[in-house]
Each structure stands twice: as C-alpha cells, then as structure tokens.
Design a binder for this molecule. Structure first.
Ligand SMILES: Nc1ncnc2c1ncn2[C@@H]1O[C@H](COP(=O)(O)OP(=O)(O)O)[C@@H](O)[C@H]1O
Ligand SMILES: [Mg+2]
Length: 270
C-alpha cells in the first residue's frame, strides 16, 4: 500500500492530456463499470495509448501496458518460475499482476502476439473473468477493478494476422482515427507548444498526405509525427527540414514517392 500522503499527491496529479473525439470516454467508463473488455481499432499514432492512460487515471486504476510482438508468449503475460539465489520463485507477469491488483491491463498491438496468448485471454473475457495459472495451480478471479483493453491496427492486417472471430467477438470495439482537423490542431498545439495558427498549416498538409494512403503509402502521417514536426519547428528548425524529417522520410524509403510527397508539401504550404 502507498502511504496516504503519496496517494493524495497521485490523486491531485493532472490526468494525462486527452482530447476526446466523441463519446469514447463515456463508452470506456460504461465498459469498465460493467466489466466488459474493450478493443480499440485504429492506425498507429492516433491517440489510443494516450486514451487508455487518460482513462486509467480518470478511473483511478493502475495501468499495466504490454507492447505485443511476435515473440510474446502466454508466459510473458502470466508469469514464470525464475531461479533467484538458488530458489525457484514464481514471478507474476503483467496480466497476472493486473488481475491481482484490480488494474487495467492494456495489450497494445495484440495481433502481433503468439496464438497461445489469446487462449489465456478467453477465460478473462467471458463472464467467468478468471485467469487460470496452470503452473502454480491457481485460479485467479478478476476483481471489479480489473479491465482488459487491447488495441490493434486494422491497416496492418493480413490473412495470417487477423484477430480470430472467436477472440474479437469477446470485446466491445471502438474505432479510432486521426482527429478532425480542428481537434488535431488543438492536440498538436497543446503537445508541442507551437501556436495553433502555425499548426493549422501542418494539419492541412497531413490531410493532403493522408489522402495518398493506399496508392503509394501504406500508412498516413500520424498525429504523433505531426507533434514531432511541430516540436522541431518550435525549437527553431527550418520548415523544409522539419517537414522532411518528421512527415516525409518516416513514411517512405522510395525516392520517387518521397519526391512526390515533397511536392505535395510545397503545393499545400505554398
Ligand atoms: N485525442 C488526443 N488527445 C491528446 N493527445 C493526443 C490525442 N491523439 C493523439 N495524441 C497525441 O499523439 C501521440 C501519439 O498517440 P498514441 O496514443 O501514442 O497513439 P497510438 O497508441 O494510437 O499509436 C500521443 O503521445 C499524444 O501526444
Ligand atoms: Mg500505442
């Protein structure tokens, strides 16, 4: 337990900044209250992780975030026996810790994880809300404060890496996208400190670059990259250089595509 003083300081800390695009905060609260798991779909860098951090703080729950990758196994989430000073001790993984504490567990890019991971999630996502730990013989019941949130980027989806219907039909799903221009301008200005008037031009450029998605580009410029660009501008980097470094080069390695994007930038920004 935290000393009361520290807990009070935590409670007074400002929430991680998140500007809602719609009713996603209410939806999250209702899902939490009714102990329903939540799936967030959307492109990279559009605010999913920030949203979960904001909601966890707002609901006063600790947050355990796991970035999933193709080596991630069920044991990485649940825990394993480790040798410590000659003894074998059980060490909880982040999912187990979240269940024990009644915390929010956020699995980012869940689609990347190995297949056996979904097997662990299933009993937590139906009305049993349990986590069986085969290795220790425990059957943990998730307390009301526990919530499972997963995210994935449908844009990267391929046949091999689709979320199986038997898994996805266990979650409420909320779609995310890059914020509307006016909203995105406020977000980028708030995060970078660049005045909104200057940010607005960048957001317009982002719109033009995003329109090319699917033709030459796999992914459009993210809100995250816009914030990087605005941060460079605010720090005194010349616009041409900031735009190229933050908004063009990260998107492509193809010189022809890059030149086309640079032309779009010139035309859009004049
Ligand atoms: N609606 C929003 N409110 C506040 N910040 C946002 C919002 N959308 C995006 N951001 C900013 O964009 C950055 C990238 O978002 P992030 O949550 O990491 O994306 P994702 O998890 O979807 O890849 C965040 O660090 C934050 O600065
Ligand atoms: Mg993320």
């Amino acid at each position: 337990m935290k000393p009361a003083v520290l807990a009070a300081i935590d409670a007074a800390a400002p929430l991680p900044y998140y500007l809602p695009a719609g009713d996603e905060c209410e939806l999250f609260e209702h899902a939490f209250r009714h102990q329903l798991p939540l799936l967030l779909k959307g492109p990279t860098g559009c605010g999913k992780t920030r949203f979960v951090a904001h909601m966890a703080a707002r609901l006063g729950r600790p947050l355990h975030t796991v970035s999933c990758h193709d080596d991630l196994t069920a044991a990485d989430l649940t825990g394993r026996y480790l040798i410590k000073g000659g003894d074998t001790v059980w060490v909880d993984g982040p999912l187990t810790r979240a269940v024990r504490e009644g915390a929010i567990c956020y699995l980012d890019e869940v689609i990347e994880a190995r297949k056996d991971v979904t097997v662990v999630l299933h009993p937590l996502t139906d009305d049993r809300r349990v986590l069986p730990l085969d290795r220790t013989g425990e059957l943990l019941e998730a307390p009301p404060g526990f919530m499972l949130v997963v995210s994935y980027n449908p844009g990267y989806q391929n046949v091999l890496k689709a979320l199986k219907p038997s898994t996805r039909q266990r979650f409420l799903a909320v779609e995310f996208d890059f914020p509307e221009p006016e909203l995105e301008t406020r977000v980028v200005a708030a995060e970078s400190g660049l005045p909104e008037a200057r940010v607005a031009a960048l957001v317009r450029l982002a719109g033009a670059l995003r329109a090319l998605k699917g033709q030459d580009l796999e992914e459009g410029v993210s809100t995250r990259l816009l914030i990087y660009c605005a941060t460079l501008l605010r720090s005194g980097i010349k616009p041409d250089r900031a735009i190229r470094t933050a908004l063009i080069e990260p998107l492509t390695d193809d010189p022809d595509v890059r030149d086309a994007l640079l032309r779009v930038a010139q035309v859009t920004l004049g």
